[in-house]
Design a protein around this ligand. Structure first.
Ligand code: DGJ
Length: 568
């Protein structure tokens, strides 16, 4: 009997061990993939759309997590961005404390979300405030930058070999630990540093920096910036004139961060990115001004130096804008500037609840992820890290505009990511004064109007909040979703007919077009409201009559439609 129970015990133990092993079976490593000029973040070997939120700077501490998870649940995120603090991670040189990382991994898994970890290393908002104390107290070995007058600046020198080595070592230890403890790929990406660069001085003017400034510009930077000078190997001043100081600093910071990223990737090649404190996309100010108070941070991946960063830090997969622009035109311009042939759009920080609708604009530019900042419940009245309008809003009101996006897109995020990767999706957000926006899809135009009453085509909303996405499922079938807008479809003719420009828009109730002298009117064959479940569209009900007579109206509830069209 004893023997039998001993055998049983061994069998159960083996079974449990096998089950545990199975639970942590290694998943494919996440990667950023480019195909046919479009990017996707691949997770488990398929396109993934990061529906993210970033916690406050001091909210990754284990004791703060109870304030984080309820907000994340309310927001319906699938990914949370959380800092890892160098000072916490390496309290003494070479002694690593993994407790915070391990807690984040465990709790994220319990809450069924992925993580993006932010390495608050040498730079955090242009300063070295998260460096360990033993470094802060040794400013000779780990120096600050100095300004033109030789004064120390609250920003680390990118020319310090000792700081670089220390950061590389710590970051590598962090990445090695992730590799060992995260076979299930809870962590999807790592941000290397945070808003690197400098406030208070355009560059480092230390003797070491000055020597490099007067030396020839590396050839890869000259070709990245399309520089042609009479001298075959110009120095920075000769190559870049009034922009020389800023470009030099961008190169120095990018090179440093590129080396930190490469060292980390050598042990565990997760996708990595750097985020930018932006300059005004329309009026950045005169050259030579960055770093000055009231201007912008110098040296980070601002829109004017993206090519320098790409050349100097090839280990980074993405350069990403922290889009806090208040003015809608500037907000949208930033998205355009970072959506490039050599760069996937990823918005790792954004803010201002009134900007929530621009998640759809980012979708329209094939964003791989979007992540508003400071959305845990640890914010205090008057919180200075938030847009002031947000800081005074009660938490629910502050979270809701963002939560609406993810409630709508969450159940079909994989499909949306795939449609985008295949070039089948377009999306728009409402802009003041632009009451109708048209998205061309071959022989159909999707027409989105905002603030539309029954018969008019759009008057705009007093406070723009509209957003819509349309994906082409086949020639005459579309997926449509959105809020506060009306969507309809107008025949657009064949490619040849469109080229001949013999198309006139009709004025009837149903969108119609006079194409080569023949009227074509849109007819809804079938409009199904439904949801995506396990990758398949499940129809709940068919819309007709009042629901379709004036076009397809979207209000404040999450609604997804599959629309089949014909003409008569
Ligand atoms: C941008 C930074 O990257 C974040 O860490 C945080 O400081 C926010 N600004 C606060 O608004």
């Amino acid at each position: 009997m004893k023997m039998r129970s001993a055998v049983l015990a061994v069998f159960v133990a083996t079974l449990v061990a096998t089950m545990l092993q199975a639970q942590v079976a290694e998943s494919p490593i996440p990667r950023v993939v480019k195909k046919d000029g479009r990017f996707a973040l691949f997770v488990d070997d398929a396109p993934y759309l990061m529906l993210g939120a970033q916690v406050h700077n001091s909210s990754s501490w284990p004791a703060m997590l109870p304030k984080v998870w309820p907000a994340m649940e309310y927001l319906n995120v699938n990914t949370v961005e959380m800092p890892i603090y160098w000072e916490q991670f390496e309290p003494q040189p070479g002694q690593y404390d993994y407790t915070t990382i391990d807690t984040l991994l465990t709790e994220a898994r319990q809450h069924h979300v992925h993580l993006v970890l932010l390495w608050f290393g040498t730079w955090k908002n242009g300063s070295q405030h998260y460096m360990p104390e033993w470094m802060k107290l040794d400013t000779l070995r780990y120096p600050h930058m100095v300004d033109r007058n030789g004064e120390a600046v609250d920003s680390p020198s990118p020319h310090s070999a000792a700081s670089l080595e220390a950061d590389k070592k710590a970051f590598t230890a962090f990445m090695r630990h992730l590799k060992e403890t995260d076979p299930q790929r809870t962590v999807l990406m790592v941000q290397v540093e945070n808003e690197a660069g400098a406030w208070g001085s355009v560059r480092d003017f230390s003797p070491a920096a000055q020597k490099l400034f007067e030396a020839p510009v590396p050839p890869e930077i000259l070709s990245a910036m399309w520089v042609k000078t009479s001298s075959p190997s110009p120095n920075w001043q000769e190559a870049f004139g009034p922009d020389a100081d800023e470009y030099f600093h961008a190169w120095a910071v990018a090179k440093y961060i590129g080396q930190v990223a490469a060292a980390g990737k050598a042990v565990y090649p997760l996708p990595m990115y750097a985020n930018a404190a932006l300059r005004d996309p329309f009026n950045p100010g005169p050259p030579g001004q960055p770093g000055a108070p009231g201007c912008y941070e110098s040296g980070g991946p601002t829109d004017n130096v993206l090519a320098i960063w790409k050349a100097a830090a090839p280990a980074l997969d993405v350069l990403a804008p922290d889009d806090y622009q208040n003015d809608p035109a500037s907000y949208l311009k930033v998205l355009e500037l970072y959506h490039r042939d050599d760069n996937a759009l990823f918005v790792p920080e954004t803010g201002g609840a009134d900007n929530a609708r621009f998640f759809f604009s980012a979708l329209g530019l094939q964003t791989i992820g979007f992540s508003p900042f400071g959305l845990d419940h640890s914010h205090r009245a008057g919180d200075r890290s938030l847009n002031q309008a947000d800081a005074s809003r009660p938490p629910e009101e502050f979270l809701t505009p963002w939560a609406m996006n993810y409630r709508l897109v969450g159940p079909m995020q994989r499909e949306i990511a795939r449609f985008n990767f295949e070039g089948k999706l377009q999306a728009v957000a409402e802009e003041q004064g632009k009451v109708v926006q048209t998205m061309p899809f071959g022989s159909w135009d999707a027409v989105v109007s905002f603030g539309a009453a029954r018969n008019n085509r759009g008057a705009g909303s007093p406070k723009p909040a509209g957003r819509a996405l349309v994906a082409q499922l086949n020639d005459n079938q579309f997926l449509v979703a959105g809020y506060f807008c009306r969507v309809d479809f107008r025949p657009a003719g064949t490619e040849q007919q469109r080229k001949s420009q013999h198309i006139l828009e009709g004025t009837q109730q149903n969108p119609s077009a006079l194409i080569d002298g023949k009227w074509q009117h849109r007819q809804f064959l079938l409009v199904e409201e439904g949801i995506y479940e396990n990758g398949a569209f499940k129809s709940i009900r068919i819309w007709n009559g009042d629901e379709t007579d004036w076009g397809l109206d979207f209000g404040g509830e999450p609604v997804v439609l599959r629309v089949s069209l014909a003409t008569y």
